[in-house]
Design a protein around this ligand. Structure first.
Ligand SMILES: *Cc1c(COP(=O)(O)O)cnc(C)c1O
Length: 394
């Protein structure tokens, strides 16, 4: 008979080290062993720090949340298993039947779907308004509007929301203003400094930055709201895995460097594209010909962001030729990767809209959105020249 302590089904002791690891360890444990029922009481009642069950919290989520809190000027933010889990934590964790949610009409596609399909099913009214038109957005607020959800830079036309007017109207009417800061990131804009009540992120994108972790984040200025969202996220199982949090924390260490490099590249690419034959128009908030250039300068400083959109003449055939000709550029519907990715909204994010609705948004078949990465600038510009040559030679 094996001695109890030798039984391989039991875990042995963990090696002791007087020094600590430089890198935060991944702590995948689903459950934590407490000293006693009294000790567990102390934890649950806030007299002692500690974890009990991973869905409720774990060190890798806490470490990641603390880093993003610091960047956003938040406290106690909640890390979620995806950006959409953060959206769900806000909308489902804070609204009740009879409330109204007002969304910007160019939100991320799945956020639009939650407003269109899911909230009404639960008795929550929803409607959309143009966030670039502050007066129209304010006029769409209703007496029962609980939440207004906007993104400051819209996808994929990169229009800039009239944040000052929207924030003022929300404050006057007691509406909770939620900003999805995925595109802008705290490197360009800190929403709490512009009147936001809640900030959320798809950490999957620029913050984690390597397209290998799916995560979100949400924090409210009012701690009671943050706690309500945390409680809902735990109950509904929206929380994140330790491994993804660990990857994102690692990615975040180079976030500022990556962002600045990508932004420099984006500005260069926008100017380069504008001079290439076959390019009908370029949309970049940092360019003087952008429709919201002044607002972009006021909100984002001299920064124009890491996204560039453009339209190539020749419709779908030209779009196919461009993607085939852009051998070095990944054609993939995401953003924020360390390398440049090319997305074609009419066949991906905006395929659910009929062509007329897309045309109204200015998204023709030749429309592309580029998430600019950290490549060598000259190499990147040459890749786009080559892609446009392929279009001309088709
Ligand atoms: C990707 C994205 C989301 C959703 O994030 P996931 O991590 O994919 O769930 C939400 N908002 C914006 C602006 C996004 O780009």
């Amino acid at each position: 008979m094996t001695r109890s302590s030798d039984d391989p089904a039991r875990r042995g002791a963990w090696p002791v080290s007087a020094s600590r690891p430089l890198v935060h360890p991944i702590q995948p444990s689903v459950v934590y062993v407490a000293e006693s029922p009294d000790a567990l009481d102390d934890q649950y009642e806030g007299r002692a720090a500690g974890y009990a069950y991973a869905r409720e919290g774990h060190p890798n989520a806490s470490a990641l949340a603390a880093r993003i809190d610091a960047m956003e000027g938040a406290a106690g933010g909640v890390v979620t298993g995806s950006g959409m889990a953060a959206v769900a934590a806000v909308l489902l964790g804070l609204c009740r039947a009879g409330d109204h949610v007002l969304g910007a009409d160019q939100l991320y596609g799945r956020s639009l779907r939650m407003l269109r399909d899911d909230l009404p099913r639960l008795g929550i009214e929803t409607s959309l308004a143009d966030a670039t038109d502050g007066a129209a957005f304010a006029a769409a607020l209703r007496p029962n509007t609980r939440i207004a959800l906007i993104e400051v830079v819209s996808n994929p036309t990169l229009r800039i929301a009239d944040l000052a007017s929207i924030s003022e109207a929300c404050k006057a009417k007691g509406v909770c203003l939620v900003i999805d800061n995925t595109f802008t990131t705290p490197r360009a804009l800190r929403p709490f400094e512009h009147g936001a009540d809640i900030v959320l992120h798809s950490v999957t994108k620029l913050m984690a930055g390597h397209s290998d972790a799916t995560l979100g984040y949400v924090a409210a200025r009012d701690p009671a709201r943050t706690e309500a969202m945390r409680a809902f996220a735990i109950t509904a199982g929206l929380t994140a895995s330790p491994f993804d949090c660990w990857l994102a924390e690692r990615g975040l260490q180079s976030f500022a460097l990556r962002y600045d490099r990508a932004e420099t590249n984006a500005a260069a690419l926008a100017d380069h594209l504008a001079g290439l034959p076959g390019v009908q128009r370029v949309l970049y908030p940092g360019r003087a010909d952008h429709p919201d250039h002044d607002r972009a300068a006021a909100l984002l400083g001299r920064r124009g962001g890491t996204m560039v959109s453009f339209e190539v003449a020749g419709g779908r055939a030209a779009a196919n030729a461009l993607v085939r000709g852009a051998r070095q550029l990944a054609f993939a519907p995401t953003l924020g990767d360390i390398a440049t990715t090319l997305s074609h909204p009419p066949s991906s994010s905006h395929r659910g809209l009929d062509p007329k609705a897309r045309a109204a948004l200015g998204i023709g078949e030749g429309f592309f959105r580029v998430s600019v990465g950290c490549e060598d600038t000259e190499t990147l510009l040459a890749d786009f020249s080559q892609a446009l040559e392929a279009v001309a030679g088709r």
